[in-house]
Design a protein around this ligand. Structure first.
Ligand code: ADP
Ligand code: ZN
Length: 621
């Protein structure tokens, strides 16, 4: 590998490194201030959403300061890609983890001690070994970066013991600056990180948690697979995405269905062989346009920048989880979609999982509160983003880039249908001591002639057949929304519906029930996509003009080839945003190419001629 010698970068300023090494013109958000702080030897605690640009906050200081920047990260599966991406821009990076054999490790250790590394990635458990600490003693350390720092708090229990042990860094190397980074927003997590990692005197940098380039959409679930196929075919053909399902079964089924529609989809869940999981993840990261269908076991730390959509086919358990998962879309700042389909069955199932699950009453109450917040987001008639950000304590204005902003939902007075449903439930319970799930209650209201109705003589009920004004689908919407509003509750193994406290005033007629009308949501067409509007598009860039499309496709094909030969993910060669920049500006000289965002000196040297040839080919045609 041909490297920029340490001496050449050591004297450079952060702004110069940003331009020459990474090929970017300007710092984003708080990056410059954070880098300044760490270069000066101060500690920092950085909260930035996924895709905010956290990596540069320690990579650039590691290049400016003398010695090696040591990056602690629990995501050993990704270290190879991170190191490849750095090597591709000419930064001398390596990692030490359990996937290497002794010889590979020895080589890296040698480079470290000889001062030949700008960055070294380490798994946290390594730092509990005295031998690792002794190794670091023999090296010159520029800084410690603690990535995924929320792992020290209760929520990240998996790696928690290893992270708690990281307080040793400060004791052993009191003069080496430390920068802790996380995308987890809550105030409590932040306090805990500062306390546990002994970062009390660190300057805190809290970015806006908004992800303006992500379009949030939530729609009622009808035939979820068909809805998903439509989303992919009409809005994201040939693009990479993640589809989250709750169960292994539905992961398998959904992946099969997508493949049957000609969409390259792969499954990922804890029940699969580890080798299969690893292979599928590698294909998702490396190839263009693969759709990963997964349980939430997939995705932590996946820093593939060009994931164009994240779809949820089941209701997430909390707003935190939802935001973290959807945050994996569009790290490169280009327009992306977060799409969720949810239905009545989701609510019933999740309530049951909470009821039947482990934990004490307080724990269940907390889980219920999380679910309620998620339901409130689903049923809101406000801007989704306003609601999301306010959940994280950040006030904002309607965004213009979510479904409720793009197609404001109609509300309607659902008091009478609500009363019909509630009184059916009350009658069955009082008069016969019976409780039923939504399906049978709706059958009664619609006056259906089913075997169960006949058996139970429910056609004798006074509410039998009084609900003909709504369709079955609409009735399901009513039930779902009443659950979300706390008028109804779900109980027990069979998901029977019972009335909750808030049902009283509805039955008395003293409370009006306003419901969201179930309409077909406006989906984003190729045209309205660029109208995503708001601050986000400034960074995302406009939609690719039609004339640039053929060159973009040629560049993509070339990139796949180069990436495959080098055995690295496609984005390590160039990100989508950079390929778009090239396709639009059609550079004729190396100098023009260098001015495209994402083209630094090393990549210009590696790929410049090939890219110019591709551009020229198009011009000649
Ligand atoms: P995070 O770790 O916060 O999720 P990354 O560090 O992976 O985010 O950055 C997300 C993407 O944004 C990457 O593709 C990165 O190269 C790009 N990026 C970061 N900083 C800048 C910048 N100043 N200008 C342009 N692109 C940037
Ligand atoms: Zn909005």
């Amino acid at each position: 590998m041909s490297l920029a010698p340490a001496a050449a970068t050591a004297a450079a300023s952060p702004a110069e490194l940003l331009r020459r090494v990474f090929g970017y013109e300007e710092f984003r958000g708080l990056q410059e201030r954070i880098i300044h702080r760490v270069v000066g030897g101060g500690d920092a605690l950085v909260l930035m959403p996924t895709g905010g640009g956290k990596s540069l906050c320690y990579q650039i200081p590691a290049l400016v300061r003398e010695g090696t920047g040591v990056v602690v990260s629990p995501l050993i599966a990704l270290m190879q890609d991170q190191v490849d991406a750095l090597n591709a821009v000419g930064v001398r990076a390596a990692f030490l983890n359990s996937t290497q054999d002794a010889e590979q490790r020895r080589l890296v250790e040698q480079q470290l001690v000889a001062g030949e590394l700008d960055l070294l990635y380490l798994a946290p458990e390594r730092l509990r070994l005295e031998s690792s600490l002794a190794l670091l003693d023999r090296a010159r350390i520029a800084l410690f970066a603690i990535d995924e720092a929320h792992c020290v708090s209760q929520w990240g229990h998996d790696f928690r013991p290893d992270y708690l042990a990281l307080s040793v860094l400060h004791e052993r190397w009191p003069r080496v600056p430390r920068i802790a980074l996380t995308a987890t927003a809550t105030e409590q997590t932040r306090r805990e990180i500062a306390q546990r990692l002994d970062l009390g005197s660190a300057e805190q940098f809290v970015s806006s948690f908004d992800r303006p380039n992500i379009q949030y959409r939530i729609e009622p679930k009808a035939q979820s697979t068909a809805q998903l196929v439509k989303l992919i075919e009409s809005e994201h053909p040939g693009e990479a995405g993640i589809v989250y399902c709750l169960s292994r079964n539905s992961v398998e089924r959904t992946a099969d269905a997508l493949v049957a529609h000609g969409i390259p989809a792969l499954p990922y869940h804890a029940g699969l062989d580890q080798a299969v999981r690893r292979r599928n993840q590698a294909r998702f990261l490396r190839e263009d346009g693969v759709v990963m269908v997964a349980t939430i076991a997939f995705g932590m730390g996946i820093d593939k920048p060009d994931v164009r959509f994240v779809a949820h086919l089941d209701l997430p358990k909390s707003v935190e989880g939802y935001y973290q998962e959807t945050g994996r879309a569009g790290r490169d700042g280009l327009p992306s979609t977060a799409w969720l389909a949810y239905g009545l069955q989701d609510v019933v199932q999740q309530r049951r999982m909470i009821d039947d699950g482990e934990g004490d009453v307080a724990h269940k109450r907390r889980q219920s509160a999380h679910l309620d917040a998620m339901l409130a987001l689903c049923e809101t008639v406000q801007c989704r983003r306003v609601q999301l950000l306010s959940y994280f304590g950040q006030p904002s204005e309607p965004c213009g880039n979510c479904d409720t902003c793009l197609a404001p939902p109609e509300t309607w007075d659902g008091t009478v249908p609500a009363q019909k449903l509630l009184s059916t439930i009350v009658r069955l319970d009082r008069e016969r001591g019976q409780r039923f799930g939504a399906g049978h209650l709706i059958d009664i209201l619609l006056g259906r002639d089913t075997e169960r109705i006949r058996q139970q003589q429910h056609d004798q009920l006074r509410t039998y057949g009084i609900g003909g004004e709504l369709s079955e689908q609409e009735w399901r919407g009513v039930v779902r929304q009443l659950l979300a509003q706390g008028v109804l509750a779900v109980q027990g193994e069979y998901g029977v519906l019972v009335i909750a406290d808030a049902a009283r005033p509805v039955l008395d007629g003293t409370r009006t029930v306003m419901l969201r009308r179930e309409t077909r949501r406006a989906t984003r067409s190729a045209r309205s996509r660029s109208g995503a509007a708001g601050a986000g598009t400034a960074r995302a860039g406009a939609e690719l003009p039609g004339a640039a499309q053929p060159l973009f496709e040629r560049l993509r094909a070339w990139r796949s080839e180069v990436a495959r030969e080098a055995g690295v993910p496609a984005y390590v060669v160039f990100g989508d945003a950079t390929l778009r920049g090239i396709a639009v500006s059609e550079p004729r000289t190396l100098e023009e190419l260098a001015s495209v965002s994402g083209v630094g000196e090393k990549k210009l040297e590696s790929y410049g001629d090939a890219v110019l040839a591709l551009v020229a080919e198009g011009a000649a045609a």
